[in-house]
Design a protein around this ligand. Structure first.
Ligand SMILES: NC(=O)c1ccc[n+]([C@@H]2O[C@H](COP(=O)([O-])OP(=O)(O)OC[C@H]3O[C@@H](n4cnc5c(N)ncnc54)[C@H](OP(=O)(O)O)[C@@H]3O)[C@@H](O)[C@H]2O)c1
Length: 277
């Protein structure tokens, strides 16, 4: 997908990473629907502002009706409350409500929109926490693990309509989410740049920094195109074992099977905290 020709919709674009996504998408030439629970928070010039609360089905379906030309969905809205599974269950549910159910609800509403616009792409904003539980992030980590496997499942379910599904993972960045947490934080712009480069390159997964790359589970690494699209050539069917590094470097291209392309390079930043959202 070429971002310069895309029509994108970003959830949670009033601040934080979503705001950076909207700004960079505009800079790359895309038409951008910036959405927020409070559209008044959408101050970026040049965007098409829309109200969207990912936990409200009416709001989600109204946004899908209003943005019928979207071919790139950036499913960015997220919630971190620091819940623990044996602590406040309402907080666990609230994180799950936004980070899994809300994200899925937006995908369900926009899947037909994407299909009618040629397939397009979905970028689901997950986290290092999809692969890493530390004290104080349990509920969030479970919700982001679900978000990651949602992407893995949707990739199969949406392959028929040629929708690329990309999952984005990174460690702490400097936004409101971790305001007050005294830990090293990366620049949200680096994450946005890696993510959009990854979508343009047809990546299944974008891992934006090296601490997150180190936590990426081996068993979760992306199957290459042949194992994903054909059961007959899968390692299970053939008894072969793919070398992990080769698998990791493969990408999918729905239009052509034109060999491999570079993955989005992990940044060299080594000071980012691994223990964050
Ligand atoms: N910050 C980090 O260190 C970090 C690390 C890894 C992953 N992430 C992920 O990156 C994404 C962006 O986070 P951020 O750092 O920008 O966090 P943030 O500054 O706390 O912003 C969260 C965004 O999500 C929106 N949101 C929350 N609940 C929503 C709902 N029900 N409907 C629609 N929008 C909702 C917020 O909108 P309102 O303004 O209306 O509240 C806000 O725009 C999230 O998915 C987060 O989990 C963040």
């Amino acid at each position: 997908m070429r971002i310069s020709n895309a029509t994108a919709l970003v959830t949670g674009a009033g601040r934080g990473l979503g705001h950076h996504f909207a700004r960079e998408l505009l800079a790359r030439g895309a038409k951008v629907y910036a959405t927020a629970r409070e559209p008044g928070s959408l101050t970026l010039e040049g965007v098409h502002p829309l109200a969207l609360d990912v936990t409200d089905p009416d709001s989600v379906s109204a946004a899908a009706d209003a943005a019928a030309d979207v071919d790139l969905l950036v499913n960015n809205a997220g919630l971190f409350l620091g819940s623990t599974l044996l602590g406040d269950l309402d907080a666990v549910r609230a994180e799950m409500e936004v980070n899994f159910w809300g994200a899925l609800s937006v995908v369900r509403a926009f899947a037909p929109v994407l299909a009618s616009n040629g397939g397009g792409a979905i970028l689901n904003v997950a986290s290092i926490a999809s692969w890493s539980v530390v004290p104080g992030n349990s509920g969030y980590a479970v919700s982001k693990a679900a978000n990651w496997n949602m992407s893995n499942a949707l990739r199969h379910e949406l392959a028929g309509q040629r929708t690329l599904v990309t999952s984005l993972h990174f460690t702490a960045i400097d936004t409101d989410m971790l305001r007050g947490h005294d830990i090293p934080k990366g620049d949200p712009f680096d994450v946005v740049r890696a993510a959009l480069d990854g979508v343009e390159a047809g990546e299944f997964e974008v891992v934006a920094d090296s601490p997150t790359e180190r936590r990426r589970p081996r068993w979760g690494r992306i199957p290459d195109r042949s194992t994903w699209s054909s059961r007959r050539s899968s390692p299970r069917a053939t008894g072969e074992r793919h070398p992990p590094q080769r698998i990791q470097r493969r990408r999918v291209d729905f239009v052509m099977n034109a060999g491999s392309s570079p993955r989005s390079a992990p940044s060299r930043r080594s000071d980012a905290a691994p223990s964050s959202p």
